[in-house]
Ligand binder design. Structure first.
Ligand code: BGC
Length: 758
């Protein structure tokens, strides 16, 4: 546990503090309407991150006070040049705010967020975000479009890579960690950056996993599953929010007063500002709720959307909307106040410039050390079977003198940076090939390398060479997966979730050689790995591990590091199972206990909630991940069997984080090597007024144990963990039966029961 430093962290309340914001009020009083609108306008200057040609010639607009923020400027000289115009030439000298997509590192690239979530290690995530903030702020960037906290339960959606997966509990823990890392101890520190929690709201639930598609869901689902990570980020002090591209229950999020005002401002008391996603104000026309950009601007600002990123609708229309009394000036004032408060909190009025004479970036030992640790903790060992009397295949033993490394991801440093690689440089990334070559040389062995195939091709011309390499080797490592820039991230939804191109064919060819095979998968989403799961003894999910990909993987393959990552998303057996996630509802005809491996034959098997051609369960479940050691769990104990409802409901705020009951277990390392286990706690509620999921993650702890060592661990449970949303959209506890499960994955079997009673 990291020490509680919450009192020294920037808070949402500070953004509304009247004394701290005297300067803002004084400034607002002097501003013309045009200058006010200027503060609500953001344009891109640099490599565009969305459709459309970016404007040019910002100098005169900045001088006229028509631009409040820019994005995609990643050069201190350029940042200072624009800033000089804003601060020295514009009438009121208001500094610009620079935003950038710093998603998993800026120059030092860490694992993609889905990989970081696999670490189940919030302090580690915080440390990576801190480093990213330091590097980005050195380039003049004081605002990052991160964290992306959209709960994603559909592996078809390309942007699943950008978030922390399917669980609101894990997602909230990660959301807090990112915000704390970015914003540091004070927003005014020159190396702090304002976080931007995105994409608000429920973007991860787009129909059929197709990017930018609509979202339609109940308020219970919204509040129970999708909203908690955004709220956690705001409670941690996130200074800004980005609205999402999707519509939510028929209202585009960019112009949704329910999410932007009722929930965000009124319920959560958010005092920062909201920026649209790229061009999204203008997209209200395509959504069909505006026939022109004036109506689009009017609907967005009235809903609570403060800043227009890139669409130009505020720039073009907002002044006249106010002049014609279509939008009250007080609405614009409120938005401007919010933007200026964030600029003020960042200290931009006092320190608008950045040092241009910085030493060029170096991936120093300290940076690499953090990147390697993050990569190691993000890698998930999916399976590691023993074959024909042999011990488990991994870690690789000393008898292995020749390794064949095969596959299109084996020597692809650029791919290791994943999507949204910030200002990362492929030259800083170490591939698996480079790391294994060095390792084998040091061991007196040799590495044979063959690409085998490309990521997206049907050509088999490389198969023979790959086969020959495999024949000469004691062991084969096959590195397969998706092409990060083309197949993951934004605008990269897939209807097929298998290994792309003919990679599975290559794998079959190599397995047929008969040598022990380890499969390393690089992907931005869960893939369907059925064939591999049956025929390849050892499989690792590496995601995209960042600049230290190769050394981290080598450490794990050889057992210098014991893997500890756990899946933050369920891996399907078939695309047709998607959206696939642990916390499904039980239904009135649960399929539990039915062997689904055969077509249903009798009435009992037929009339249950199931598919006739695939099992309901995932191939690899949420929370799953193996180690080179084994852990045992003692039976779960509770410090009480029942809790009176009144004890919880009568406490101020229902006692929110005050523990009302505690689960305990002893975790023991029963194997031969030291290892880290991520002990997980799941809750099932039965007997409440609404149907509750079969299991929900409500706690986890990292425990590092030497062989034979054990540790007694406690999971305190408070209103936060025990409550749920009722039909009135209220977060409540009710008299109900609770079962807690504790173990090393979501299939944990150790359980204990208690009740909440009248
Ligand atoms: C993405 C955002 C990103 C923005 C700015 C959009 O296309 O959806 O996540 O922050 O571009 O680059």
């Amino acid at each position: 546990m990291s020490p509680d430093t919450s009192s020294t962290r920037p808070s949402n309340a500070q953004l509304a503090d009247k004394t701290l914001n005297k300067k803002v009020d004084a400034l607002l009083a002097k501003m013309t309407l045009e200058e006010k609108v200027g503060q609500l306008v953001q344009f891109s200057s640099g490599a565009p991150t969305g459709p459309g040609t970016c404007r040019q010639g910002y100098d005169s607009m900045i001088e006229a006070g028509q631009v409040g923020a820019l994005l995609n400027v990643a050069d201190p000289k350029k940042a200072n040049a624009f800033q000089r115009i804003a601060v020295e030439k514009s009438r009121l000298h208001i500094p610009l705010l620079y935003g950038f997509d710093v998603i998993h590192g800026y120059r030092t690239v860490f694992p993609v967020p889905l990989g970081m979530a696999s670490s189940f290690d919030p302090p580690l995530v915080e440390a990576t975000a801190r480093m990213a903030a330091q590097e980005a702020s050195a380039d003049g960037i004081r605002w990052v479009f991160s964290p992306m906290v959209d709960i994603a339960r559909d592996a078809r959606w390309g942007r699943i890579i950008e978030g922390s997966g399917e669980s609101p509990y894990l997602g909230s823990a990660m959301a807090r960690a990112y915000v704390q890392g970015y914003q540091g101890t004070s927003l005014s520190n020159p190396d702090s950056v304002a976080a931007c929690v995105k994409h608000f709201a429920a973007y991860g639930a787009v129909v059929a996993g197709r990017d930018y598609n609509a979202v339609d869901m109940s308020d219970i689902m919204l509040r129970q599953v999708y909203l908690p990570p955004y709220q956690a980020a705001i409670d941690a002090g996130a200074a800004t929010v980005m609205s999402s591209f999707n519509s939510l229950n028929s209202v585009p999020a960019t112009a949704d007063p329910y999410t932007l005002t009722t929930i965000l401002r009124k319920e959560w008391d958010f005092n920062g500002f909201v920026v649209s996603d790229w061009g999204a104000v203008g997209e209200l026309i395509a959504h069909g709720i505006a026939l022109d950009d004036a109506t689009a601007a009017q609907k967005a600002i009235s809903a609570g959307l403060d800043m227009d990123m890139e669409s130009g609708a505020y720039h073009a229309r907002l002044v006249s909307l106010v002049r014609t009394n279509t939008v009250p000036e007080s609405t614009v004032d409120e938005a401007v106040r919010r933007v200026l408060r964030v600029k003020n909190a960042l200290g931009l009025f006092d320190h608008p410039y950045v040092n241009e004479n910085v030493t060029p970036y170096q991936a120093t030992a300290a940076k690499r050390m953090l990147a390697r640790r993050a990569a190691e903790e993000s890698i998930v060992l999916l399976q590691n079977r023993a074959t024909e009397g042999q011990p488990k295949l991994l870690p690789i033993g000393t008898h292995v003198k020749t390794i064949a490394l095969i596959g299109p991801l084996a020597d692809a440093p650029g791919e290791m940076l994943g999507s949204w690689g910030g200002q990362g440089n492929p030259a800083d990334a170490i591939s698996l090939r480079a790391a294994l070559e060095q390792r084998m040389k040091a061991n007196g062995g040799q590495l044979l390398y063959a690409e085998g195939t490309q990521i997206l091709t049907q050509s088999e011309t490389g198969f023979d060479t790959a086969k020959q390499a495999a024949q000469k080797a004691d062991l084969v490592v096959v590195a397969l997966g998706e092409d990060a820039p083309a197949m993951t991230g934004e605008a990269a939804s897939r209807a097929h979730l298998d290994l792309p191109g003919n990679q599975e064919q290559l794998l079959k060819t190599i397995v047929a050689v008969g040598k022990p095979v380890v499969l390393v998968v690089f992907s931005g989403r869960p893939l369907v790995l059925n064939w591999a799961a049956q025929h390849v003894p050892a499989i690792m999910e590496a995601w995209y591990p960042g600049i230290e990909a190769g050394p981290a993987l080598a450490n794990i393959l050889f057992g210098n590091t014991n893997p500890s990552g756990k899946l933050p998303v369920s891996f399907p057996r078939a695309v047709g199972q998607e959206p696939l996630y642990l916390s499904q509802f039980p239904t009135g005809r649960p399929a539990a206990g039915v062997d689904l491996s055969h077509p249903p034959t009798d009435g009992v098997e037929k009339y249950v909630s199931r598919y006739i051609d695939v099992r309901n369960s995932p191939l690899y479940p949420f929370g799953h991940g193996l180690s080179y050691t084994e852990f045992s769990y003692s039976p779960v104990t509770l410090n009480k069997n029942s809790i009176p409802l009144a004890q919880i409901m009568s406490a101020p705020n229902h006692g929110t984080a005050q523990p009302v009951i505690q689960a305990a277990t002893t975790v023991r390392n029963t194997g031969a090597v030291a290892g880290t286990e991520i002990a997980q706690l799941y809750i099932q509620i039965r007997g409440a007024s609404v149907e509750e999921p079969v299991r929900v993650l409500e706690g986890f702890q990292r425990v590092t144990l030497q062989p034979g060592e054990s540790k007694h661990i406690l999971f305190p449970l408070s209103f936060n963990e025990l409550s749920f949303i009722n039909v009135k959209s209220q977060r409540v506890v009710e008299p109900a039966d609770y079962t807690v499960f504790v173990g090393g994955s979501s299939t944990a079997t150790q359980s204990a029961k208690f009740q909440i009673v009248h």
